[in-house]
Design a protein around this ligand. Structure first.
Ligand code: GLV
Ligand code: MN
Ligand code: MN
Length: 458
């Protein structure tokens, strides 16, 4: 697989990783907003940027914006099953009710808002509302708000669906609190054992089971959800792009082709706590040194292999300025174009960490915590979307692989899925400054509404 479209240009990817691989020849064709979206999508005639057509989108966006936003950083702290997450869920219930949708919570805590009777062959769209620590406003919420707004556009146009529509909000996509990504969709798809999920712990030692119970959700219900999945005719997830490939191509929207295999590994370095001011160099067993050497090795190893590797989280014991650490836990996030390459990077890094530990008189233990195999999105829903939008005034859409994980990727093991990306002008993501232009968000809503109309009307 080629370089993910969303790896920002400043990463240390090999110089020969082409910036615009996997794209159709006409990827830069005009994708301006339709001046009159009714031509091909049965949408209201005033569906251009900043018109009343999008009032619902902007109202929902503004309502959601303050929830879980940290006053100092401006970033979002919406970890699963925290007060902020529960407030987001309440927001979703109220926003869905405003469109007359019936909201159900499935056994894994995922929310489904139904337009029409829940049943087979549904057009399902949505994303997630939880965030990474100090995440941006768009990663997840853009897909949820756009999905509801698309329902609103069809209702406004007087559409009568002949198949059900569901807007979903998957639980704990980011895995920020319990370490495993896409917990809700993974459980539903049967890709995470319920007993494993219940036992996952956050930094305070609270288990997922306990957190769910406190939030009023029975953790004993967790498990594969065949009846929920049987209803899905297609799942289309709209998401802010997490790179700037679309920007480089001058395209407001794109379609996902694939997701790089990726995962998280905990590297536990153990040494011996001791006095920072009195312990001679030759007497030290400092795990911080081994950790630091491993961080540098991660960059070197991944860079040489065309992969990405990041230590973005660390925990130190006893965490005292004047004490040598006894334990350092560092979490590696690694991603590569292919599974074999990813496995090789992680194995080499474990080897180099062990080598450094031998030199430093420390020990290292490596544990895989969240592993996601490569996803190739199926050709069919993508072909239909590309044809539909290509024939409309939206125009031909670039088709891009991505390095970011998504619920659509997890669900693609079980149901037909597709993803629409909305241009991110800076490429910044998982950060407070994550952004998409209003006109591009509106183009995303129109595209989603067109897809919805195509599947459920006519
Ligand atoms: C999702 O945002 C991921 O980290 O892949
Ligand atoms: Mn994310
Ligand atoms: Mn996301």
């Amino acid at each position: 697989m080629d370089q993910p479209a969303d790896a920002p240009a400043s990463t240390d990817l090999p110089a020969d990783a082409p910036a615009s691989t996997d794209l159709p020849a006409d990827a830069s064709a005009s994708t301006d907003l339709p001046a009159d979206a009714s031509a091909s999508t049965d949408l209201p005639a005033d569906a251009s940027a900043s018109t009343p057509t999008f009032a619902a989108f902007h109202r929902m966006w503004q309502d959601l914006l303050p929830i879980g936003r940290h006053p100092r950083t401006g970033g979002y702290r919406r970890s699963a099953w925290t007060g902020a997450d529960l407030a987001c869920r309440e927001w979703f219930r109220a926003a869905s009710a405003a469109f007359g949708l019936d909201v159900e919570t499935d056994r894994n805590g995922n929310l489904w808002a139904w337009w029409g009777r829940p049943g087979p062959n549904a057009f399902v769209t949505g994303s997630h509302l939880d965030s990474v620590p100090d995440g941006g406003a768009y990663d997840g919420p853009l897909g949820v708000v756009s999905a509801l707004a698309a329902v609103g556009l069809l209702q406004q146009a007087g559409a009568t669906p002949t198949r059900p529509v569901a807007v979903t909000c998957f639980t704990d996509e980011e895995g920020a609190r319990f370490g495993v990504a896409c917990i809700g969709s993974r459980l539903s798809a049967g890709l995470l054992a319920p007993e494993t999920a219940r036992g996952l712990r956050d930094v305070d030692g609270t288990t997922l089971g306990e957190a769910m119970s406190s939030a009023g959700h029975d953790p004993n219900r967790l498990g594969p959800d065949e009846s929920a999945l049987r209803r899905v005719g297609v799942f289309v997830e709209l998401h802010v792009e997490q790179g700037r490939q679309l920007s480089a191509l001058g395209a407001p929207l794109g379609l996902a082709t694939a997701i790089w295999p990726h995962g998280r590994w905990r590297f536990r370095f153990t040494g011996e706590a001791n006095h920072a001011g009195t312990t001679r160099w030759e007497d030290r067993r400092d795990p911080m040194l081994t950790y630091a050497a491993t961080v540098l090795a991660a960059r070197e190893t991944a860079r040489a292999d065309g992969a990405l590797a990041t230590f973005g989280r660390v925990s130190v014991e006893p965490n005292g300025t004047n004490a040598i650490a006894s334990v350092v836990d560092g979490w590696l996030d690694a991603r590569a174009p292919e599974q074999a390459g990813l496995d090789a990077v992680v194995a080499e890094l474990a080897r180099r960490a062990g080598e450094a530990a031998g030199r430093d008189g420390t020990a290292v233990e490596v544990t895989g915590e969240s592993l996601t195999a490569e996803v190739s999105f199926p050709a069919e829903p993508r072909r239909r979307l590309a044809a539909l939008l290509g024939a409309s005034q939206v125009g031909s859409l670039p088709q891009l692989p991505t390095g970011a994980g998504h619920d659509a990727g997890i669900l693609s093991a079980r149901v037909p899925t597709a993803m629409l990306f909305v241009r991110n002008p800076t490429g910044l993501s998982h950060a407070p400054s994550e952004f998409a232009e209003q006109a591009d968000c509106e183009a995303g809503v129109l595209a989603l509404a067109a897809a919805m109309a195509d599947w459920v009307t006519g």
